[in-house]
Each structure stands twice: as structure tokens, then as C-alpha cells.
Design a protein around this ligand. Structure first.
Ligand code: 21W
Length: 194
């Protein structure tokens, strides 16, 4: 799976190059490509945002820089997603659905967001990771990559994915290992005969 990330803060993505995802990247199961939206500014000061029409606080990312960065990675069968607090909340079903694509393009917003016209043009799917306010779409993009990568062939073994089958997971039970007694607390008797 190829994952392109359009962002103004590509440095923020160092953590995903670790652990389970890092291994997936090394074994070429996942190809993560960071695109700095700022590289597509035609402005001599590399300006990418401007004040909002209608007034209000903050700045809005200009549509043309986002569109040009998108065109640099676009392919007809790519799934394009805009990460925004206004999006539909991510769940395990959506994660599984996204894992079926060969190519994801994740667009990270910041400030007060991206001009809606370019979003309407290129990304009909808007996703949030939950009802709380973050500073941008970078952490949400990493959450999606982490969750999706687990389904990509070979990253996790098929058994652990089956065993997990999220419903099952929601009813997860507490786990115990040795020692049998810890700070005076015994492992539940029902588990001791197994
Ligand atoms: C926070 C962007 C607040 C925009 C005026 C009218 C992506 C996120 C984000 C952010 C606003 C996600 C507006 C859970 C999140 C994200 C930064 C304000 C715009 N201003 N999932 N409308 N939480 N956050 N809204 O914050 O980009 S996915």
C-alpha cells in the first residue's frame, strides 16, 4: 500500500517510522511518502495561507497550493481523505475498509482549515478521529496509518486479526501472567486450572 501524506509539517511524522509500521515500511509492504504543501507555493515568501472570507480568527490554507500538491501524487484509483474535526468519526469498520486500497492520499489541515472548494473538488471523504480539538491533522493521519497498517498483508499474522475481530475486542477480558501472587493479589482461580 502506498500512503501519501500532504502536510505543512512533514517533520511531525518521525514517530511512525518506528515499530510495527517501521518494519512494514522496510519490508516494502507500506510505502509512506511525505509531501510538504509549502513546496507548492508560488509565492516568493512561500506563503500558503490567508485570512478567511467573512472574517474571523486564524488563517485558511489556500486552495491552489493544496491542489498542486495533490496533483503531484494523484492516481485515478487513489482514495483521498481530508482529516478534519468536522469529518465522520473513524471506527474499526472504516479502518478495515481503508486497508483494502492500494493507494491512500491523506490531507492534513491546520490553522482554521483548508479552503473548502479544493476539498469538495478532490476529497469527498472527511474523517475525524474523535470529538476533541487537536492542532492539526498530523496525529490523526498517524492514527489512521497505524490502524490501517495492521491489516496490510504480513504486518500482523492473520490469526491475531481474526482473534481480535473488534466486537470480541470490545468485550476484552483482563489478562494475567506469572507470578501467581502479586502484592497479595491472586490470579483468578478460574484461570489457574487451564
Ligand atoms: C482544529 C482544524 C479546529 C480546524 C471556523 C469555522 C483533523 C482533528 C483534525 C483543527 C478547527 C481530527 C473552523 C479530531 C481534530 C484537525 C485542527 C476549527 C474550523 N473555524 N480529529 N470553522 N480532532 N484539527 N474549525 O482536531 O485538523 S482530524
Amino acid at each position: 500500500m502506498k500512503i501519501d501524506i500532504l502536510t505543512l509539517f512533514p517533520e511531525g511524522f518521525e514517530p511512525i517510522k518506528q515499530s510495527i509500521i517501521g518494519r512494514a515500511v522496510e519490508s516494502k509492504k507500506i510505502d509512506i511518502n511525505l509531501i510538504n504543501i509549502r513546496d507548492f507555493s508560488k509565492d516568493k515568501h512561500k506563503k500558503v495561507d490567508d485570512t478567511p472570507y467573512g472574517g474571523g480568527a486564524g488563517m485558511v490554507i489556500k486552495p491552489d497550493v493544496v491542489y498542486d500538491s495533490y496533483k503531484s501524487v494523484y492516481e485515478p484509483d487513489a482514495k483521498v481523505i481530508y482529516l478534519t474535526p468536522q469529518g465522520k468519526t473513524l471506527n474499526q469498520k472504516k479502518v478495515q475498509e481503508l486497508s483494502e486500497y492500494k493507494h491512500l492520499i491523506l490531507i492534513c489541515g491546520h490553522y482554521e482549515g483548508i479552503d473548502q472548494r479544493v476539498i469538495d473538488e478532490i476529497a469527498p471523504e472527511e474523517i475525524s478521529i474523535g470529538d476533541y480539538v487537536l492542532t492539526g491533522g498530523e496525529l490523526p493521519a498517524m492514527v489512521i496509518i497505524d490502524a490501517v497498517t495492521r491489516y496490510v498483508e504480513g504486518v500482523l499474522n492473520k490469526e491475531s486479526i481474526k482473534e481480535e475481530s473488534f466486537n470480541n475486542n470490545l468485550l476484552e477480558y483482563p489478562q494475567y501472567t506469572r507470578p501467581e501472587i502479586f502484592l497479595g493479589r491472586k490470579v483468578p482461580e478460574v484461570l489457574m486450572s487451564r
